[in-house]
Design a protein around this ligand. Sequence first.
Ligand SMILES: *Cc1c(COP(=O)(O)O)cnc(C)c1O
Length: 415
Amino acid sequence: MFSYKNGEFYAEDVPVSEIADQVGTPCYVYSYKFIEDTYNEYKEAFSKIEPIICYSAKANSNLSILKVFSSLDCGFDIVSVGELKKVLKIGADPKKIVFSGVGKTKEEIIAATRAEILFFNVESVDELEFINEIAISIEKKARISLRVNPNINPKTHPYISTGFKKSKFGIEINKAFEVYKDCVNKQGLQVVGIDAHIGSQIFEITPFIDSLIKLIELADRLLNEGLNIQYIDIGGGLGIKYENDEQPLSKTKFANAIIKELNGKPYKIVLEPGRSLIGNGGIMLTRVLYNKIGTEKKFIIIDAAMNDLIRPAFYDSYHEIVTAKQNNSNKDIFDIVGPICESGDFLAKDRQFPSVSKDDLLVVKSAGAYGFVMSCNYNSRPRVAEVFVKGDKYFTIKQRESFEDLIKGEEVVDF
Ligand SMILES: *Cc1c(COP(=O)(O)O)cnc(C)c1O
């Protein structure tokens, strides 16, 4: 979906230079076809068991992106009332929404209970009590599953590792059985499932299967106790290729291992993929501002910064960067950095890169997930535009912020 044609970088059938000229830089560009194909790959890989696929909205929650997933019949994993309102606004089926997160507020619990979502993934005993109280007070039953912490090390970056003993997420799996049994006496709750999400950017099958084994074991015990466990939610976390030596699991392999382990048991599998559905479906366009040659280092200074794409600064993550016009000049080693007043403001460190000049257009790849959604206004930089490409057409799906947007809600107090 993103490749060179005759020396020019294209998003589907649109040269990205055209988008940059029209929309300006920096901007994010997403491919419709990528989303459609990748979702269908998931669906096909799992076709034997027809799971409920709930796209993790936090990976990229632009309304147009959500709408595409919804029109493909995909459900949603949400983590806030903002995401709930967004997915309901684009017509998502509440029966395919699951609500995760360790700190759900009263407002969020009321809204999601009233919307009759599929279930809450409850992350603590306190939260469970609170949901029960609220559900009773509004005369509803809240469907719940407990997010258990299976104590699995997914061998990924510590910031995106969530199923390990020391993590803030979930209820320790050996305590979950008792917590579930207590639910029977809670009038506001209906237990329907069990959930785990062990982390993100995972490349091995073993952590997923180790987790699933523990979930099935617990679900079987609960079923024996008369609790009606219908769903096993195995979370998201499938890794994608950012760097050439990374080997993501194929969806087929992943699916087959899950199906095999499930072994005909009566549980409906719920999946919460985020990154793997959209990460490689987006790029960020940015232009060169300056070259700067120091005695120790050479820098390419670009118009995008850590506020636009924080992953390199936050997770030390790698994004492939290429020139929009194929450039065969000799390569040298550069840091590719933004204009922000922070040493952490880089998109690439010690990168082999051809020589570029002012206004050259660069493409930052694999920016579809945790890109725009994590952007902020640091250094009073307006958030950038987002563009959606389908075939030879493209649409601005989020306007670049203006100065008025930047100061919206601020008041000048006249002391
Ligand atoms: C972030 C998150 C996901 C999605 O993770 P990916 O690595 O993007 O697939 C799924 N479930 C929960 C609970 C999450 O917090």
